[in-house]
Design a protein around this ligand. Structure first.
Ligand SMILES: Nc1ncnc2c1ncn2[C@@H]1O[C@H](COP(=O)(O)OP(=O)(O)OP(=O)(O)O)[C@@H](O)[C@H]1O
Length: 308
């Protein structure tokens, strides 16, 4: 007899997922080059990123820094030009067409910024959540129960029969989060999920992503420009010019965190533009190993003075 769907079962399924000591997401030296009409754009320029199993992470960065490109690769919608990337132990560069389709159905869930893009307008909330389960081959008898449980978890238990047009923007995004979790993905990706919403509604949608992370154990990566979201997660990674440049770690939610520069395997780090501008650092710098830090000095023309 098939197991009855219940929230308890969803949670146990999450707990049964194998732990990945190497991380849920591991990207190393990831490069993505777009070529169109003879012009080359390096959207990712050797990006390193590791996301732990069960983590809730925010990705921030200026427009054009490469955030969406990275998300598309992790979602299995795009393929990197070089480097390595794996999600839940699946090598994203080695997957064939069929495996890629399976990966998109079962391993990752995706929530887009545009509320309308996430849901089919003629289906009710519960039907929208059941649809990916049908594609994944979940027996018909289990779909409704599981979809209703998911919507209940996200505070929409009373709105199963509403169509997207009969729901607020925040409610639509919460349904989208349920849809993205329908097939128990290991990784949930959200691209600006609060971007079209006012701050109170954005808070509500972020709360739903947090519930999915805490209750279902799904690892969550949120691309956001929303400071309220970035300040509430324990780790915020900043992408600059197609590389991870700094990250802020917070030990207590809502408290200011400590910002660290990211050092890659080759020992490279990106100096913040304001630092290099303030000391007019360009092309070369002089490095000095001190007892507990490394000094970086501008190179001035003429005979070099000893630092300090
Ligand atoms: N399909 C494409 N063809 C050509 N260039 C592209 C393509 N997709 C992205 N780019 C370029 O790659 C760079 C990174 O774009 P990306 O969309 O990843 O940035 P982003 O950080 O997500 O920006 P935003 O915050 O505005 O969404 C940009 O210079 C962009 O113009």
């Amino acid at each position: 007899m098939s197991e009855a769907p219940s929230l308890e079962r969803l949670r146990t399924a999450a707990a049964r997922r194998p732990e990945r000591p190497e991380g849920m997401v591991v990207c190393e030296n990831l490069v993505r080059i777009f070529r169109s009409e003879g012009v080359e754009v390096q959207a990712l320029q050797g990006l390193d990123l590791a996301v732990a199993d069960g983590e809730l992470l925010a990705l921030v960065g200026a427009s054009g820094s490469g955030k969406s490109t990275l998300l598309s690769i992790l979602a299995g919608l795009d393929v990197p030009t070089a480097g390595s990337a794996s999600v839940a132990g699946r090598d994203l560069l080695a997957m064939r067409r069929r495996e890629r389709l399976e990966y998109r159905r079962r391993t990752v869930g995706f929530v887009w910024q545009q509320t309308a893009k996430n849901l089919l307008p003629h289906l009710t909330a519960v039907e929208n959540v059941m649809l990916p389960m049908r594609y994944a081959g979940l027996p018909r008898g289990q779909r409704h129960g599981r979809a209703a449980e998911l919507l209940g978890l996200l505070g929409l238990g009373g709105k199963l029969g509403r169509r997207p047009g009969e729901l607020s923007g925040g409610e639509q995004q919460r349904v989208a989060i349920a849809v993205a979790n329908a097939n128990e993905p290991a990784l949930l990706l959200a691209d600006e999920p609060t971007g079209e919403l006012d701050s109170a509604t954005g808070e509500e949608v972020f709360g739903a992503l947090r519930s999915a992370n805490a209750e279902l154990g799904v690892t969550v990566v949120i691309v956001t420009h929303d400071a309220a979201v970035a300040e509430q997660v324990s780790r915020t990674v900043r992408i600059r010019n197609g590389r991870t440049s700094t990250e802020v770690l917070r030990h207590e939610e809502g408290r200011p965190g400590v910002e660290y520069a990211v050092l890659d395997r080759a020992g490279r780090l990106q100096l913040p533009a304001e630092f290099t501008a303030a000391l007019r650092l360009s092309r070369r710098v002089r490095l000095e190993l001190e007892q507990d830090h490394i000094g970086v000095w501008p190179v001035v023309d003429g005979p070099q003075e000893e630092p300090r």
